[in-house]
Design a protein around this ligand. Structure first.
Ligand code: 8YV
Length: 314
């Protein structure tokens, strides 16, 4: 029999990726109400899931899929998939390593500069006619000579750190494990890092150990001139503490690409001062999404060819 395997697609991907998926699999789109009846009927035979790093696959959904053999994540974050549970069921989980760090780092720098130079406020001031009416944007701040503290020095953290050096910043970092062959200043704890930073760039993978790692005491240590940039995951930051710190002036500003409970984020962020918000766009360029999509397709293809998918992480 030459029947296409059933695949559950949790979120849309690029047209090129979708076309390739349709060619090789019987695709059921979780986000399309019209696909629901066919999806319900296909649950017992679904053998693959393709999903985003932010969306992952809940345990509830994993349990509904008795024939599942692979969860192909279009991203590098594995925090939204229970890897151990998947392994127990002999489900391979794959990611897209090596292709997105530069774009995520670029967005981190963009958010930092946008906060330092008030790009969001300036854009609103011009559009709303307030510039023409004589209003001035307050002066911004220069990155040159400032200290950037990178929380989590993986591929993204390193790419961000070397970009920051090009802006004349000095780099320090905290990493879960000690790193050799790195010249940047290492700190023993996240709070030590924050105390010695003007900009705190959050690049750490989300896990039970890193949940709320950016908490009230760390924001206090960062101080009233300090800026938080987060391109990692929302839940590594205590968002209530962050909102409070922004409103009270405990820190100076924040550039955020990720949030708890995306896209239904805490509404307080809509009115926090000196805050630039992005809707989880770190890897969202044509070039990188193409590269990620190719890895997703390759991981799935290897799996269905009876091989171990190259980027299996569990
Ligand atoms: C998403 C991400 O996968 O890599 C990650 O962990 O969060 C992103 O790249 C992407 O936005 C697709 O949802």
């Amino acid at each position: 029999r030459n029947v296409k395997p059933d695949l559950l697609l949790v979120e849309p991907m690029m047209p090129f990726v979708m076309d390739e998926l349709q060619r090789n699999y019987s695709v059921h789109r979780l986000y399309q109400a019209a696909d629901r009846p066919a999806l319900e009927a296909a649950l017992p035979s679904i053998r693959a899931v393709a999903t985003g790093g932010g969306a992952g696959l809940s345990n509830e959904w994993m349990e509904k899929l008795p024939s599942l053999g692979i969860i192909a994540i279009n991203g590098v974050g594995t925090d939204k998939v229970d890897l151990a549970r998947a392994r127990r069921r002999n489900i391979d989980v794959t990611t897209t390593p090596g292709v997105l760090a530069d774009d995520v780092a670029d967005l981190g720098i963009a958010l930092m500069l946008a906060v330092l130079r008030r790009v969001g406020d300036g854009d609103r001031l011009v559009r709303e006619g307030r510039w023409a009416a004589g209003e001035q944007l307050p002066l911004g701040h220069s990155p040159k000579g400032k200290r950037i503290g990178v929380l989590g020095l993986g591929q993204i953290g390193r790419a961000l750190a070397s970009r920051a050096e090009a802006f004349g910043m000095s780099v320090r970092y905290w990493n879960r494990s000690t790193l050799s062959g790195v010249d940047w200043i290492a700190h023993q704890s996240p709070v030590d890092l924050a105390r010695d930073s003007d900009v705190l760039a959050v690049c750490v993978a989300a896990s039970a150990a890193t949940q709320n790692i950016v908490d009230a005491s760390l924001l206090q240590a960062l101080g009233p001139e300090g800026i938080v940039v987060n391109v990692a995951r929302g839940n590594v930051v205590d968002e209530d503490a962050l909102i409070e710190a922004l409103k009270s002036g405990t820190i100076a500003g924040a550039g955020l690409d990720v949030f708890v409970n995306e896209p239904a984020i805490r509404s307080e962020f809509h009115t926090t001062p000196n805050t630039v918000l992005m809707p989880h766009q770190g890897s969202a360029t044509v070039e990188t999404r193409m590269a990620m999509g190719k890895l997703v397709l390759a991981n799935l293809a290897a799996h269905f060819a009876g091989e171990k998918a190259p980027n299996t992480v569990n």
